[in-house]
Design a protein around this ligand. Sequence first.
Ligand SMILES: Cc1cc2nc3c(=O)[nH]c(=O)nc-3n(C[C@H](O)[C@H](O)[C@H](O)COP(=O)(O)OP(=O)(O)OC[C@H]3O[C@@H](n4cnc5c(N)ncnc54)[C@H](O)[C@@H]3O)c2cc1C
Length: 446
Amino acid sequence: MAKQKVIVIGAGVAGISAAMNLSRNGYEVTVLESREFVGGRMFSFTDGKTGDVIDNGQHVMIGAYHSFLGVLDELGTAKLLEPQKALQVRFVDKEGQSSIIDTSKLWGDAGLLYGFMRLNSISKSEKFRAVLFFLKLKKGIRGIDNLTVRRLLIDNRQSENIIVRFWEPYVLATMNTRIDSASAKLFVDVLKKALLSGSDNSKMIIPVAGLSELVAPFGDWLADRGGVVKANNRVEGIIIEKGKCIGVAREGGENLYAEYVISCVPPFALEKIIGYGINRKLLNTNTQFRYSPIISVYLWLDRDITVDKFTALTGMKSQWIFNRRSITKAAAESVEGYPGLVQVTISVADDLSELASKEIAELCHNELSKAFPKAKGSELLHHRVVKEKRATIIQDIATVNKRPGAKTGISNFFVAGDWTDTGLPATLEGAAVSGVAASNEIIRNK
Ligand SMILES: Cc1cc2nc3c(=O)[nH]c(=O)nc-3n(C[C@H](O)[C@H](O)[C@H](O)COP(=O)(O)OP(=O)(O)OC[C@H]3O[C@@H](n4cnc5c(N)ncnc54)[C@H](O)[C@@H]3O)c2cc1C
């Protein structure tokens, strides 16, 4: 019997995960990607001046990313990841005071509690109240659908000090949304699946290569199974006949036809596809979202300035610092002329988006010079600022309750992407899970 055809629009993580699941289950998959490379919002490129490979933004994974890590395993690139043994993060404040959470000393929850109790930036009573909060979360917490993270934390007697020094970095990193509006429900789900689910899930994982390398084998993987990735193929619209989707229209190309279509593009891109003339009532899916920027600041310096591979920064505009020279293998070898290379991440960066790159780079360099003794007096040799204005959707209360599922009003047209309703934040794992969910809707009908 001839294989059923599926068109996947977009070769980000959601599209890759959907295509792999379909291909494994005997479908003929065509992936249409508007750009010339796969990976979507996770990609790397070479900095012209220094020759260093840098990412559009440092991506961090955790052990709980089962779906995304499964994709990399199958593509054979999981070896490009460096997992921690257990969660270990140093926090540094703007005066350079440092404290570390190290959960590796004991197993499971005991390790988390032990690590937490040794954090020296928070008082004994703050630790005690945080532990009570953890226990409450473990038991299950209800009635939080309409709460913000800040309200939840205050209601659970978390002080401003522990909010700034512990909770805020966690929320910014996982939800790219301010704690004053971030959804408490999503936050609690994340804590339960990640921080409170043992060291295998909570440990952090960082790539030791540029992000594009992680997904580079995807085209060959699909071709080996009879599918194809067509890069530089922008989908303009979907073609509807008698209430069903029969294919897609491509910019400057012929129409393509298939039994099923999955859109794996962000909501603003889906909006354009809908603008091609789809009846919104028929489609019946929400695409109205607001976005939150992430700014990644690469600083090339005359010296190495940090001790750890990465550090959480508190009370500053700079939120995380990654030492690229000690993280990626290629960067470690290309120190000539530029001994230090760090990347600073600023989530929810709306207040900085309009500033010139030089100003942002100098701001971060100044902050680091105060917080890290080795950075004092360092010279900034070169900088590069990547502004991802629509890095993720804002994950506040209103939004989280309005994320659509995979099904639409058109029975053979599905949506996936980190913004859809996976129960997870808009992350690599959310994207991978959404791809599986949408493709399973098709596989279930076989
Ligand atoms: C700077 C930054 C840092 C981040 N850090 C982290 C992190 O540390 N950890 C984490 O888990 N997540 C992180 N994320 C989020 C993560 O990158 C995303 O959640 C994930 O990549 C989204 O994947 P996706 O497949 O849903 O969408 P996308 O990656 O956006 O993929 C959509 C694809 O569709 C293509 N496309 C769009 N329109 C069309 C069209 N009309 N026709 C054909 N193709 C089209 C696009 O080119 C793109 O390739 C970060 C994101 C950014 C920007």
